[in-house]
Design a protein around this ligand. Structure first.
Ligand code: DGJ
Length: 744
């Protein structure tokens, strides 16, 4: 039993031995928060955790005879604004005809085995054995509305998920201005706030700052979760490290406008709220309708940031990605984008595929430019018909030729976009998001299609499913290259335009749902100009995402390291590309490019026909290495060892769950003259009592974790014959293997 309910005291305790989450019904009928953190033993009464007994001179209070009972000083579970709490609320709803302060009071609860799906939205899933769900129902009698607060606790993970459903039980419409997925009041502010920031080609860099009084937040109002702020936020104790200390991690399973906000009040209480961004949001909820918020995932770790990341990774690997991909190894792919851009024909593609197949690559992906008359990025989005000038025999014939080389075939789409210069736009100008007759703001010369309209989603479903069938497709790269402006739908009345962004993403999810259900064998990779929509919402349908358009190995250290805070390795699309790198013009060794790309879903983004024999031999070896380790990359526990945000060196490793093997990556960006001679790399996650072999030498696990793995000698100006490495951009990967029945 993971959920304990004390009906007399109206207390709820969710615990699985790793975390505890405790709240109760307060005397005014609202829910008060009592505790969230490391598991506590269950006890008869937790009311001592409610600490509101001292009245303050300045606060407003609800009861004349209890001046201490002020919502301003009480920690709450799902706060509203308007009766004594002056912090930002989780909910703001109103009856359009009458004045009223939201006043949702406890009504009932139920406990479900497992985890119910969220209507129309991606969310984590669990069987009856894996989780329990507590649904607490609150009602507002005046508004004639009901809130259902969902809490799911996973049996073997330090994870609780939350979401909220608002149901209109009355005769009148209700206007929703804000409805967050979760709100939580932590008792102090002694945290660093960690989050992932960036822009195109520089996604998910780690930022941290100390919490201060006032509001600090991350958000997107771009119509996508964005390159700029990932919907992830962690609160880390000041003394917590990668391996030790308390960390709370929060993530939204959502791909559109979001807000994750931390408000530190004047009593140092930290209020975290997460959900759909309220800016411009307004939803008309008619009688009998309900509104479901996206899910918030909450992870508690007392094993530092690594503990938090491992909990997210395990959750997403086992309870978020489509079930059919959990135990499948994913194909090593080659993508023609950086090899050809828009300049290709059937012959060139088949030549690339043939050469790639000889190297051991398993999937050929035809990127942008195969449809309409798309010779550059100024036309044809929406015209999802093959360009016979480039591919005169059609896609089916190309697919057959690719398959004949022994490779699977994959295709790029950007279904949410329309070029002003396209047949589709000429036929349906009203399909574009915007205001007909007003000028449109372009992004990459294109407009966004109105996915809030079910008829358009149907149209795209028909087009894409026909192509998937015709080409016997194995893979789809679903791109989305611009953010939204003039965000209006021609199908919504003026007073309902506040619903546009959410309706749009529901349309995207709907198309993903239909395609992934109908074609479960097709691997979907999400993409948005690189990593502009790298979020758990997308991962529910597409188990991997193109991490960034930046394929430079040095840049990728930061991008992949930052991404790993929340996302499992096997979701991070990472490819080896040509040099000089197309985004930075930097030239790094082929070895380093692969050594970085191994720690993700591996592939190539180059033209093998331009490579010499030596390079091709090296690529063959790289492919063999990845094939050897990809199940470990998929299933293993990931440890960050050295951060690229702290210095010249980066290191990370992945350890099998049985601790029998590990794969380690080490990288040094710049060299120095006459460098240190005794460098080691301290590993993590091994069994300290076992003997491991690495580079032909044997060590105990504790030696590797306390003294470290000796790094090969570096060129120092005179040891040229014996130095194993030298120059800038050095890297090594190490395979660590348990030697059974051995002592040394
Ligand atoms: C942006 C993607 O991130 C690239 O990989 C490539 O697919 C281009 N779009 C094609 O237009």
């Amino acid at each position: 039993m993971l959920i304990q309910v004390d009906l007399d005291r109206q207390q709820f305790h969710l615990t699985n031995g790793q975390v505890s989450y405790i709240f109760h019904v307060m005397k005014n009928g609202q829910l008060g928060h009592l505790y969230y953190g490391k598991a506590l033993r269950h006890r008869l009464d937790f009311s001592h955790l409610q600490t509101y007994d001292v009245p303050t001179a300045a606060s407003c209070h609800i009861y004349a005879d209890d001046p201490a009972f002020s919502l301003e000083t009480i920690r709450q579970e799902y706060p509203a604004y308007g009766n004594s709490d002056f912090r930002e609320p989780a909910i703001s709803v109103r009856n359009p005809n009458e004045n009223h302060v939201p006043d949702f009071k406890y009504h009932s609860y139920r406990i479900l085995s497992g985890k119910p799906n969220l209507e129309g939205l991606p969310a984590t899933y669990a069987t009856a054995e894996e989780a329990e769900t507590l649904q607490v129902v609150l009602q507002d009698a005046f508004l004639q509305a009901e809130l259902v607060l969902n809490y799911t606790i996973f049996r073997d993970k330090p994870v609780i998920t939350r979401s909220v459903l608002l149901r209109n039980l009355g005769e009148n419409a209700i206007i929703i201005n804000r409805l967050m997925g979760a709100s939580i009041d932590l008792p102090d502010k002694d945290f660093l706030m960690l989050h992932l920031v960036g822009t195109w080609s520089r996604e998910r860099h780690i930022k941290e700052r100390k919490l201060e009084a006032g509001i600090q937040s991350i958000s997107s109002i771009r119509g996508a979760s964005s390159h700029h702020h990932n919907p992830f936020l962690a609160l880390k104790r000041l003394d917590a490290t990668e391996q030790h200390g308390e960390v709370y991690g929060f993530q939204l399973v959502y791909s559109s406008n979001f807000l994750m906000q931390v408000e530190v009040d004047h009593y140092d209480v930290t209020r975290l709220t997460a959900g759909i961004h309220h800016y411009g949001f307004q939803w008309e909820l008619n009688p009998k309708e309900s509104f479901q918020t996206p899910e918030v995932v909450m992870v508690y770790s007392n094993e530092g940031l690594n503990g938090m990341s491992q909990a997210f990774h395990g959750l997403y690997r086992n309870h978020l990605i489509p079930a059919q991909w959990k135990k499948e190894v994913r194909p090593i792919l080659i993508n023609n984008w950086e090899a050809t851009y828009f300049d290709f024909n059937e012959e060139k593609l088949v030549e690339i595929a043939t050469s790639a197949s000889e190297l051991g690559i398993e999937l050929f992906v035809l990127d942008d430019g195969w449809f309409g008359k798309r010779d550059n990025d100024t036309s044809s989005l929406g015209d999802w018909y093959v360009d016979k000038r480039k591919l005169p025999n059609g896609l089916g014939s190309l697919a057959n030729k690719i398959n004949a080389t022994g490779m699977k075939f994959g295709l790029w789409f950007e279904p949410e976009m329309i070029s002003p210069n396209s047949d589709l736009f000429r036929q349906h100008p009203d399909w574009a998001v915007g205001v007909p007759g007003q000028s449109y703001t372009l992004g990459r010369n294109q407009l966004v299609i109105d996915f809030s309209r079910p008829d358009i989603v149907d149209y795209m479903y028909n087009r894409m499913s026909a192509i998937i069938r015709e080409t016997n497709l194995s893979y789809v790269k679903w791109d989305m290259n611009r953010n939204m402006t003039e965000a209006f739908s021609n199908a919504l009345p003026v007073h309902r335009q506040g619903e546009f962004f959410h309706r749009y993403i529901l349309g995207v999810y709907n198309l993903y749902e239909r395609l992934t259900k109908e074609f479960p064998h097709v691997l979907f990779e999400s993409c948005a100009g690189g990593g502009g929509r790298f979020d758990p919402g997308m991962m529910y349908y597409a188990p991997q995402a193109w991490a960034s358009d930046d394929t430079d190995a040095v840049e990728r250290l930061k991008i992949q390291y930052g991404t790993s805070l929340a996302y499992p390795l096997y979701s991070i699309g990472s490819h080896v590309s040509a040099t000089p790198n197309h985004q930075t013009l930097r030239t790094t060794p082929l070895q380093m490019r692969a050594n970085v790309a191994y720690f993700g879903t591996f592939g190539y983004e180059l033209n093998p026909l331009t490579m010499n024999e030596e390079e091709k031999e090296e690529i063959k070896k790289q492919i063999a290495v990845y094939k050897q380790h990809r199940a470990l990359i998929r299933d293993g526990q990931f440890y960050r060892l050295l951060s690229p945000f702290n210095g010249n060196e980066t290191a990370w490793m992945v350890v099998s769950e049985d601790q029998a093997e590990a794969f380690v990556g080490w990288y040094q960006v710049l060299t120095s003259a006459n460098p240190p001679k005794h460098k080691t790399l301290r590993l993590a996650g091994l069994d300290e009592n076992r003997v491991y072999e690495v580079c032909g030498k044997q060590f105990y696990g504790d030696e590797l974790m306390t003294i470290g793995l000796p790094l090969p000698t570096e060129f120092n100006g005179v040891n040229g014959a014996t130095a194993k490495r030298g120059g800038d951009y050095q890297s090594e990967v190490f395979y660590v293997k348990w030697v059974e029945n051995t002592s040394i």
